[in-house]
Design a protein around this ligand. Structure first.
Ligand code: PGA
Length: 249
C-alpha cells in the first residue's frame, strides 16, 4: 500500500478571529475532494474556532505544542487532554522554533511526544539541522540524535501512530528550500533509521518535508520516493498557496 500524502499547515503565532474565518472557510472548500490528507495547526486560542469551522470537512486540525505533563501547577501550559477537548487530531512536537527559543531539548521533546501519544493525539515530530550543522557535515548525526531520543523514550513502534517532519532550520521561513535531492537524502536516512527498529513501521511512516514549501516547488518535493507531503509555515496563511500545495499531494 503506497503511503498517502499529508499536508499540514503550521500557522505559528499568526491569525485573528476574523482573518482565520476566511482562511479556514477557503481551505475547507478549496481542498474538498483532494487526495491528500490535510490539517492545520493553529494557535491555542483559535482551536475552538478551527473545530467549528472545520468539523465535518476533510481538514483536520491540531496544535503547535503540548505540555509534557498531564495536569497541575504549570502556568501557561496546555495539556494533551485539553487539546482533545477541542477535537485536535495532531500536535506539532519539537519544532525548531521551540527547540531554539523555548528550551525544548531532545529530552523535553521526547517527553512531549510521549504525552501527546498518551492523550491519543498524533504527534508531528520535527527534526532538522541548522546551517552550521549542515556545513559541518553533521546533518545525519543531528537528525539521528533527535529521532533516537524519541525512539529511546517511547519505542520505535509508537512511530506507527506518529508523523515525522524533516525541517532543515536554514530553510524555515527563509525562502531557501532544500533541493528535492537534499531533502530526499535525509528522508531516506530517517526511514532507514526507523527500519533498523521496525521495517513495517518505517514502510508506513509519513515523513513530511518543511522549509519554504510553495505551490511552485511542492510537486517536485512530494514526488521524491521518501517525501510524503509537507509541513507548511508561511504559505499556509495564504489560502490559494496552501490549497495549491495540497493539490500537489
Ligand atoms: P516555512 O515554515 O514554510 O515558512 O518555511 C515551515 C515550518 O516552520 O514549519
Amino acid at each position: 500500500m503506497p503511503r498517502s500524502k499529508f499536508v499540514a499547515g503550521n500557522w505559528k503565532m499568526h491569525g485573528s478571529l476574523s482573518a482565520n474565518l476566511s482562511l479556514l472557510t477557503a481551505v475547507r472548500t478549496g481542498v474538498a475532494g483532494f487526495r491528500a490528507q490535510v490539517a492545520v495547526c493553529v494557535p491555542y486560542p483559535y482551536l475552538a474556532q478551527a473545530q467549528s469551522a472545520l468539523a465535518g470537512s476533510n481538514v483536520a486540525w491540531g496544535a503547535q505544542d503540548v505540555s509534557e505533563h498531564v495536569q497541575g501547577a504549570y502556568t501557561g501550559e496546555v495539556s494533551g487532554q485539553m487539546l482533545n477537548d477541542f477535537g485536535c487530531r495532531y500536535v506539532i512536537i519539537g519544532h525548531s522554533e521551540r527547540r531554539s527559543c523555548y528550551g525544548d531539548t531532545d529530552a523535553v521533546v521526547a517527553a512531549k511526544y510521549a504525552a501527546a501519544l498518551k492523550a491519543g493525539l498524533t504527534p508531528i515530530l520535527c527534526v532538522g539541522e541548522t546551517l552550521t550543522e549542515r556545513e559541518a557535515n553533521i546533518t545525519a548525526q543531528v537528525v539521528t540524535r533527535q529521532l533516537d531520543a524519541v525512539i529511546a523514550g517511547s519505542g520505535v513502534d509508537t512511530l506507527a501512530r506518529a508523523v515525522v517532519a524533516y525541517e532543515p532550520v536554514w530553510a524555515i521561513g527563509t525562502g531557501k528550500t532544500a533541493t528535492p535531492a537534499q531533502a530526499q537524502e535525509v528522508h531516506a536516512l530517517i526511514r532507514a533509521r526507523v527500519a533498523a527498529g521496525s521495517p513495517d513501521v518505517a514502510a508506513g511512516l509519513q515523513i513530511l518535508y518543511g522549509g519554504s514549501v510553495k505551490p511552485g516547488n511542492a510537486k517536485e518535493l512530494f514526488g521524491q520516493p521518501d517525501i510524503d507531503g509537507g509541513l507548511i509555515g508561511g504559505a499556509s496563511l495564504v489560502a490559494d498557496d496552501f490549497i495549491g500545495i495540497c493539490a500537489a499531494g
